[in-house]
Design a protein around this ligand. Structure first.
Ligand code: AMP
Ligand code: GLY
Length: 423
């Protein structure tokens, strides 16, 4: 088989590494990919939003399966365009990707189908949002409706901050059209867990749990980022939590989408908060998490290509999804200054140290191949993943491996997975 992966981050590198293990696959392409992906796939210079070019490429190269890793092309309808051209593609159609693409849609869905989530109201008029705030309990959470690179959520401690937030989202349009509508929701407290799943329109299979670290600095200080590290499984995702989510959240979501005439095929990412009243859905994503994929996929025993095909064919009920009985930790090596301002173009050394090293992975995110070798090319540069018998061992292994690579301005958090000490 020939497989095309759409995207260019650490998640897509992890997807490519899984696809490469499949005995069914002879050739992998990635659009546009990055330097690390280029070592196991042929990268083609086509952007993830260049739908026509992707369709043409897939047709001309007789691609048997396309896996879309990123949210923007999914929400934009790449899957629909590829299907219309007769191509086989893994990911939700536009009318289902809206589960991630519109917070107002996902909140309304949860309300309608009694799926546990924070109380909320949605607004398309800033005046009404401002009036509502006068009676809202603080702190309060403001969310731009659309995709905003994970930045469209503001947690406001008091009325002043919240009013300013409404103006930022709806009047100043800091997140662009994502702020045409907004959701104002109740602030919840608790531990966060990411649960990824495969869905074929009717059946759902849950992957091993994970936890992300979104803030830039140790101790969850600093700005929100795309993710500074992950671990899997989460020791806080207990049997009780799992049973609750199976009963009230997972299948309920899949059934709700089907009932709305929006059958979901692909990956649903449940962002959960474990509150004292039980698990609540914080958000849905319509794809693998980044950097969750970097700790979940290396632990998956199944052939990813087979599972993806089962999702497309509607035969996921025949798949017994299995994960290794171990743990993995991913530490992101970023450029100093991320997520605000940082320099790039620095040579990276030590990458070869990962070759043939069982249980250690160096997933590239922002890197570029140049004549002088591989250089830094983004805020998040590499994701260093290591497995271990348990989380503590995996964490020690991952931090050891972060020493193997060097580049100027290398920055990382030193407390990825520290929460597991409290478990
Ligand atoms: P989202 O993109 O909806 O997952 O929001 C990003 C982050 O904001 C989440 O991972 C939480 O840390 C935080 N957050 C979102 N909604 C809430 C809420 N209702 N209460 C508390 N924190 C929240
Ligand atoms: N790690 C969070 C996300 O992928 O959205």
């Amino acid at each position: 088989m020939k497989v095309l992966i759409v995207g260019s981050g650490g998640r897509e590198h992890a997807i490519a590494a899984s696809v490469k293990k499949s005995p069914k696959v002879d050739k992998i392409y990635c659009a546009p990919g990055n330097a690390g992906i280029g070592q196991i796939a042929e990268c083609v210079p086509i952007g993830a939003m260049e739908f026509e070019k992707i369709v043409d490429f897939a047709r001309q190269n007789e691609i048997d399966l396309t896996i879309v890793g990123m949210d923007d092309p999914l929400v934009g309808g790449l899957v629909d365009e590829m299907e219309a051209a007769g191509l086989k593609v893994f990911g939700p159609r536009k009318n289902a990707a809206v589960l991630e693409g519109s917070k107002a849609f996902s909140k309304d869905l949860m309300k309608k189908y009694n799926i546990p989530t924070a109380a909320y109201e949605s607004f398309d008029d800033p005046e009404k949002a401002l009036a509502y705030l006068e009676t809202a309990k603080m702190p309060v959470v403001l969310k731009a409706d659309g995709l905003a690179l994970g930045k469209g959520v503001l947690i406001c401690q008091n009325l002043e901050e919240a009013k300013e937030g409404v103006r930022t989202i709806m009047v100043d349009r800091k997140f662009g059209a994502a702020g045409n509508r907004m959701v104002i929701e109740e602030f919840m407290t608790g531990r966060e867990v990411s649960v990824l799943s495969f869905v074929d329109g009717k059946t759902i299979r849950i992957m091993s749990s994970a936890q992300d670290h979104k803030r830039a600095q140790d101790g969850d200080q600093g700005l929100n980022t795309g993710g500074m590290g992950t671990f899997s499984p989460s020791p806080f995702y207990t049997k009780e939590v799992d049973a609750f989510c199976h009963k009230y959240i997972y299948q309920a979501t899949v059934d709700a989408m089907a009932a709305e005439g929006r059958p979901f095929k692909g990956v649903i990412f449940f962002g959960l908060m474990l509150t004292k009243d039980g698990p609540r859905v914080l958000e849905y994503n319509a794809r693998f998490g980044d950097p969750e994929a970097q700790v979940v996929l290396p632990r998956m025993k199944n052939d990813l290509v087979e599972v993806a095909e089962a999702c497309i064919d509607g035969t996921l009920d025949r798949i017994d999804l299995q994960f290794e009985d171990n743990a993995a930790v991913c530490v992101v090596l970023a450029s100093q200054g991320y997520p605000v301002a940082y320099e790039k173009g620095f040579p990276i050394s030590g990458l070869e140290r990962f070759d043939g090293e069982e249980g250690y992975y160096c997933f590239h995110a922002g890197t570029k191949q140049t004549e002088q070798g591989i250089v830094t090319n983004g805020g998040r540069v590499l994701g260093i993943t290591a497995k271990g018998a348990d989380l503590k061992e995996a964490r020690a292994n991952a931090y050891k491996a972060t020493e193997w690579v060097t580049f100027e301005n290398k920055y990382m958090r030193h407390d990825i997975g520290k929460a597991i000490d409290e478990a």
